[in-house]
Design a protein around this ligand. Structure first.
Ligand SMILES: C=C(O[C@H]1C=CC=C(C(=O)O)[C@@H]1O)C(=O)O
Ligand SMILES: [Mg+2]
Length: 465
């Protein structure tokens, strides 16, 4: 089994990056039998580790898992990263030879990846290998769409690749996959130490920001902080992914590996989804805890639905998303009032926004217009970002940035990378933030971020703070 890749001399050609225009993408998709997505992620990990991704949509109806890299779109001009990525992607798919009879969204050539929160932030060491955008076209990809399973094989070559040889390669891969008995052994994670980075300093900064919010035109700033974990042994991304899937079933579960680093999490918040011409975005902002007691829990929900501070936090998100989508969508529908979204550790105010994509809709363009929504940045965006840069004292990296996929047919979905962390060997950096408005109370906001660390803490075997 280990010589799978050496069996095909073409792989050397397949795995190299897109160098010039003569390079052409060849892609073949076939339906396959059931295969567990986490096992697929772990398949031949000694070969693919560092070049993998994982995605489960919040409704569980679409999963994509990528192994190996046929092409990477990265290192583009940070200021123009969405359009530059879009242009490169269009160039790749323009002349591609694609054999995908099913045409199901999420199958065939697909880019998966993400964008840093702030292209103007100073990059700290832990985020250096991610840059400000990184998107993978995988060599092998599993798609689970409803109850159907597909394998896509992509190859980029400047030689003629008869589609027949790609079919053989795909069939061989499926055969090996289904006969593989070397399942990866997983080691449970044990936390050795956990350090909240300078909570007192953070509280003081919150007070300073609240003062700015009280005395200037700035209405909202989303302020984040970091928690450092050290484990007894190296963390396996699949171990954490499995726990996130079990513990946060209604969230997007994502992982993106870059060398030794893995950015992963369980986000409840969609930035944008486009399937055919259906558009869906999610406004999620305003939070309160949960209670084990049903009546108490209901009471907390009712308090949240009426709380002026949280309603204001939320309303700013709704109006910005509406404005950002309007040029690209018709038939926009937004309920008048938010409802509750209850996650295992937290409840949020939630407003879904639906629409119909018009001809100008391109997912990268819309991601660019939406990011950062006031659920992650603030209002007005520019002033909020300046305050975040000055006061936060950390590089958010991909935390709170867009993360997701788009396929060659223009379908796609991006979540915002919150309730997330960055794993490297026996360390992890976890991130959590909260929307500050003029009547925020710093101690309360600190508590809110503690709750928001829980999904990643629990998935890495941690104790409740
Ligand atoms: C910034 C985060 O959450 C955002 C999303 C939902 C509710 C939020 C809030 O109530 O503050 C935040 O805007 C985070 O989880 O790190
Ligand atoms: Mg909040």
């Amino acid at each position: 089994m280990t010589n799978l890749l050496s069996q095909t001399s073409m792989d050397d050609i397949f795995h190299k990056e897109l160098i010039d225009r003569k390079n052409k993408l060849y892609s073949y998709t076939l339906p396959i039998d059931f295969f567990d997505p986490v096992e697929f992620y772990n398949y031949q990990s000694s070969i693919f580790s560092g070049n993998r991704f994982f995605w489960k949509s919040s409704d569980g109806l679409l999963w994509t898992v990528g192994l190996g890299i046929a092409a990477t779109i990265s290192n583009v001009d940070p200021e123009n990263r969405f359009q530059a990525s879009n242009n490169k992607w269009n160039q790749i798919i323009k002349d591609a030879e694609i054999d995908n009879p099913s045409g199901v969204p999420g199958t065939g050539p697909l880019l998966f990846g993400g964008f840093s929160f702030d292209p103007y932030s100073e990059v700290e060491e832990e985020w250096a290998s991610f840059g400000h955008s990184i998107l993978y076209l995988p060599s092998y990809m599993l798609t689970v769409a409803g109850d159907q399973y597909y394998l896509t094989v992509n190859a980029i070559s400047n030689d003629l690749v008869p589609i027949e040889s790609l079919r053989e390669k795909a069939n061989r891969f499926v055969q090996h996959l289904q006969n593989d008995e070397n399942l990866l052994k997983e080691h449970p994670l044990n936390i050795k130490s956990s350090i909240e980075v300078a909570p007192e300093q953070w509280i003081q900064s919150v007070d300073e920001i609240v003062n700015i919010l009280k005395t200037t035109d700035v209405k909202k700033v989303v302020f984040a902080r970091k928690l450092l974990l050290e484990f007894e042994e190296n963390a396996q991304p699949s171990y954490v992914i499995k726990r996130l899937l079990e513990q946060q079933p209604a969230s997007f579960v994502f992982a993106l590996e870059v060398g030794d680093y893995c950015f992963l999490g369980a986000s409840p918040e969609r930035l944008i989804k486009k399937m055919d011409d259906h558009v869906l975005s999610t406004c999620l902002a305003g939070s309160i805890g949960r209670s084990q007691n049903i009546q108490e829990d209901q009471k907390l929900g009712e308090i949240l639905l009426k709380d002026q501070k949280n309603l204001f936090e939320h309303e700013l998100v709704v109006s910005m998303i509406e404005d950002a989508l309007r040029p690209y969508s018709t038939e926009i529908n937004i309920p008048d009032e938010p409802i509750l979204m209850k996650m295992p550790d937290i409840q949020h105010l939630y407003t879904p926004v639906t629409g119909k994509a018009n001809d100008d809709f391109s997912i990268f363009t819309v991601v660019e217009k939406l990011h950062p929504t006031p659920a992650l940045g603030g209002v007005p965006t520019k002033a909020a970002l300046e305050i975040i840069r000055e006061k936060e004292n950390m590089d958010r990296g991909f935390y709170a940035g867009p993360i997701g996929w788009t396929d060659y047919q223009g379908n796609g979905e991006f979540a915002v990378g919150i309730r997330s962390g960055l794993l490297k060997e026996n360390k992890a950096f976890l991130y959590a933030g909260c929307g500050l408005v003029s009547d925020s109370v710093s101690e309360e906001e600190l508590k809110e971020t503690r709750i928001k660390f829980q999904p990643m803490l629990k998935a890495t075997g941690g104790e409740i703070l």
